[in-house]
Design a protein around this ligand. Structure first.
Ligand SMILES: [Zn+2]
Length: 516
């Protein structure tokens, strides 16, 4: 790969800027080394022996141990006088999570009650009283055919049935012959019918499919038995409600549904009392920032995950010193170095965001919340994410030749980022960069397995820094005494220098390989 030296790049940019003004004296280039040197083994060690101590109980998302972790991080930024990133001044970005379970409750129609799981099936929460529903036959709109002409379903529940219309001579109305259309395909049709109802403004669908009901019921039971315990981002409650009715329930609502295809409003006394069994979990990201001096609206993020996997079934604490205590304390120290520079009038030109995310071990939830639900700063103004997840150990491949680091993703979106990263390393750190896991075909798929991925999928250039796995990975033996603090220091300084360069170069990183 072609490399561009910093010297050549610097000259090119100097020529460029000289065209603009003649009177402005060039500012002396600030040497970042004294600031990098504030990142020390001793400081890292002191932080990590607390952060990965038994007191933090393995920092599992939503547990008291995780709350201790976020308080520890917040206290550090407060003591440094590095402000919260959110305009509210709150260091904690609330990340609402839930542990999914199938709902419970009942639906009553004209005084008869039908139980969820028996007569009616749904995965949504539904509460309220209604005095009518709108019947829309098959619920189809296709070409000239519509089951919605002459009815208004806005704000109502719509009742539809499976299948498609057939005319008197036995031809399917949609195809005009004896061939069935896609509307007869049970699993495909239901999604299409639901989408149409949603487009028309219905709040939910009552669905009758006598043939498929037993299959839906089997799926419901499977979910009930197997899916409790999976953590996810909490739903925002705007999903459309889909409720399957069995024969008994449909008899109470519209006993002639098989014969009648005419759309109409149906008066009925309907009470829904279906509650989601989901356990709500409060969790939080911690986000601090240093405002840029020249381009405050461009943001460079450095991230690491604050959570780990908690306590094992037999009571052993997973301290997570490497995963990701190492990344967390590195980030705390990197922030401190930038703050010292800022206090001496050498603050970064672009804003630096210190993002400690929750829920990584549960499926990259905190970073996904940041990118997909509530980016504190606009993603389009986010220049890069440097993500640190496990940088304090040596994997079995490098015993003996210990000064190495795996880099993943650096060349995926921005050639400039990759080159910059290499140059910075040569100039300041001299670590052997190993790109084994950067290979698209690597079976470990690490590119998709830590928080940077949520930025990369938005075409934000990333680098993922990683020491590889080891025998203590995700085990109670991942403890602070096994960390190589000299390596942790050197690696943290490298990331500081890389962030410094990204934040201070005259032009924003070019994204030359954006995906569509
Ligand atoms: Zn991790």
């Amino acid at each position: 790969m072609k490399k561009l030296s910093l010297l050549v790049l610097g000259l090119a940019l100097a020529c460029n800027s000289s065209q603009k003004t003649v009177s402005e004296a060039p500012k002396p280039v600030v040497d970042p080394v004294p600031y990098a040197e504030t990142i020390t083994q001793d400081d890292l060690k002191e932080h990590l022996y607390t952060y990965a101590s038994d007191e933090f109980e393995g920092r599992e998302t939503g547990t008291p141990g995780q709350k201790k972790a976020v308080e520890y991080i917040k206290a550090h930024y407060q003591s440094l006088n590095v402000p919260a990133a959110q305009s509210s001044g709150d260091y904690f970005q609330k990340v609402p999570l839930e542990v999914s379970k199938v709902p419970e409750g009942s639906l009553s129609i004209n005084g008869t009650s039908f139980e969820v799981g028996e007569d009616v099936l749904t995965f949504a929460q539904a509460k309220g009283n209604y005095n009518s529903v709108v019947y829309a036959g098959y619920g189809i709109e296709d070409g000239d055919y519509s089951d919605y002409s002459g009815i208004d379903v806005k704000g109502k529940f719509v009742l539809i049935k499976a299948g498609e219309p057939v005319d008197d001579s036995g031809n399917y109305v949609i195809t005009g012959n004896m061939e069935k259309s896609v509307w007869s395909n049970a699993s495909e049709a239901i999604g299409k019918k639901r989408d149409i109802a949603k487009e028309k403004g219905a709040i939910g669908v009552l669905y009758y499919d006598m043939l498929s009901f037993p299959r839906f019921q089997g799926y419901f039971q499977f979910m009930k038995n197997n899916n409790s315990g999976r953590m996810q981002l909490a739903a925002d409650g705007t999903d459309e409600i889909l409720i399957y009715l069995n024969e008994d329930a449909i008899k109470a609502l519209k006993s002639d549904i098989e014969e009648d295809n005419v759309p109409k409003s149906i008066s009925a006394d309907i009470e829904m009392d279906i509650t989601s069994g989901n356990d709500q979990i409060d969790s939080e990201n911690v986000v601090a920032f240093i405002e840029g001096t020249e381009k405050p609206d461009e943001y460079v993020i450095i991230s690491s995950h604050l959570d780990h996997i908690g306590i094992t079934g037999d009571g052993q604490i997973n301290n997570g010193a490497d995963d990701d205590g190492s990344g967390t304390v590195a980030l705390l120290e990197i922030a401190e170095a930038f703050k010292k520079a800022a206090d001496e009038g050498n603050g970064p030109k672009r804003s630096l965001v210190f993002l400690h995310v929750t829920g990584e071990e549960k499926g990259l939830l905190g970073s996904r919340y940041y990118t997909d639900v509530d980016p504190v700063f606009p993603l389009e103004n986010t220049v890069a994410d440097l993500n640190i997840d496990m940088i304090g150990r040596i994997d079995p491949n490098y015993e003996g030749a210990r000064n190495y680091l795996y880099l993943i993703g650096s060349d995926k979106l921005s050639t400039e980022l990759h080159n910059l990263s290499e140059e910075v390393n040569k100039k300041y750190s001299n670590i052997e960069f190993d790109y084994t896991y950067n290979d698209e075909n690597d079976p470990n798929r690490f590119y998709y397995r830590s928080d940077h991925y949520n930025f990369a999928k938005n075409n934000i250039p990333i680098i993922f820094y990683f020491n590889g796995t080891h025998a203590d990975y995700h085990r109670p033996s991942d403890t602070p005494d096994k960390i190589n603090y000299d390596l942790l220091e050197n690696r943290a300084r490298l990331i500081f220098h890389t962030a410094w360069e990204i934040a201070n170069r005259p032009l924003r990183l070019v994204v030359d390989k954006a995906a569509d």
